[in-house]
Design a binder for this molecule. Structure first.
Ligand SMILES: Nc1ncnc2c1ncn2[C@@H]1O[C@H](COP(=O)(O)OP(=O)(O)O)[C@@H](O)[C@H]1O
Ligand SMILES: [Mg+2]
Length: 296
């Protein structure tokens, strides 16, 4: 399933949430990365036909989200960022209800609900009340409802927020498995959520697209600008002020850190092979510098 976004802009009153976004998304897992307020939810709500853009176009498969919203809805399943739950329903009852809302005929519904529960490994919990579920189980149930109707495209908005590390890993594996035959579009502010599995990535910041391409290409953006340094703890504040810090480790009164810098930040600094997170931090920094330069 291919998604084509062309010069998409969205204002909420005077607030510009998306600015001239053009992007192509196809097959497998696609990661939409960005900090809070970047515009991720806005973009996903436009693609799922829940929100109209101020200008520009978006197509899901062969359908335009503005002209054919019904057709677009039929080919996608959506897990919103705040998925409301009917706490006193059982998992089965809830999916049966959502299936009915999606116009799945009663004859097929039971089978489809069971298949969806099986796919997210919740079949054994089908008769338990949703209110008793853990965060990880709830998100898996959220995926199960998105799977009803067997859509080609699954859209999930920050699905790992609030999960503990173990649930997070299980959830990532589930998405990777589902992406076999489908396109999965996932938004997150956590690079590790998409690091192992996605084929394509887009990074949004302040409503603008600051990167799109492969994970390797994002990593490459930070090539030559990541340094490992080690200094006495007393010298750290001065370095911290001068350079963007990727990570730190304190040991025996010394500070070990990874920094971003166009040149060696100090004698003895070691150049380091960049990771995906480094690339992400770097493109965000370039965008922040650009903004500063505009305002100077
Ligand atoms: N309904 C709304 N009314 C006004 N402003 C909004 C609304 N929804 C989002 N925004 C603003 O639009 C920007 C993008 O928000 P959002 O799409 O939720 O970003 P993200 O999902 O990346 O955190 C933010 O500045 C946010 O405050
Ligand atoms: Mg959001």
């Amino acid at each position: 399933m291919k998604i084509t976004i062309t010069q998409l802009t969205k204002y909420y009153g005077k607030i510009r949430a998306l600015e001239d976004i053009s992007l192509c998304i196809s097959g497998g897992i696609f990661g939409l990365l960005g900090p809070n307020g970047a515009g991720k939810t806005t973009l996903l709500r436009i693609l799922t036909t829940l929100l109209e853009p101020t200008s520009g176009q978006a197509r899901v498969g062969e359908f335009d989200v503005m002209k054919d919203p019904g057709e677009v809805r039929r080919c996608l399943g959506y897990l919103p960022q705040d998925f409301g739950f009917y706490r006193s329903l059982t998992a089965f009852e809830m999916l049966d209800y959502i299936g009915a809302m999606k116009n799945i005929p009663a004859r097929q519904r039971k089978e489809q609900v069971q298949a969806a529960l099986a796919e997210v490994n919740l079949l054994k919990e089908a008769r338990r009340k949703v209110g008793m579920f853990s965060g990880g189980m709830r998100q898996r149930l959220g995926i199960a409802q998105a799977l009803l109707g067997d859509p080609e495209l699954i859209v999930v908005d920050e699905p790992t927020a609030g999960l503990d590390p173990e649930e997070r890993i299980r959830f990532r594996n589930l998405l990777a498995r589902l992406a076999g035959e489908r396109t999965v579009l996932i938004s997150t502010h956590i690079v590790a959520d998409v690091e192992a599995s996605c084929m394509g990535l887009a990074v949004l910041n302040r409503g603008r697209l600051v990167f799109s391409g492969s994970p390797e290409a994002l990593r490459d953006r930070a090539r030559g600008v990541v340094w490992q340094v080690e200094v006495p703890a007393g010298r750290w504040p001065e370095l911290e002020e001068r350079y963007p810090v990727l990570s730190t480790r304190a040991l025996n009164g010394r500070m070990q850190a990874r920094l971003l810098s166009d040149h060696p930040p100090l004698a003895g600094a070691q150049p380091v092979e960049p990771g995906l997170e480094d690339g992400y931090v770097y493109v965000m920094k370039v965008d922040a510098d650009r903004k500063e330069a505009q305002h100077a």
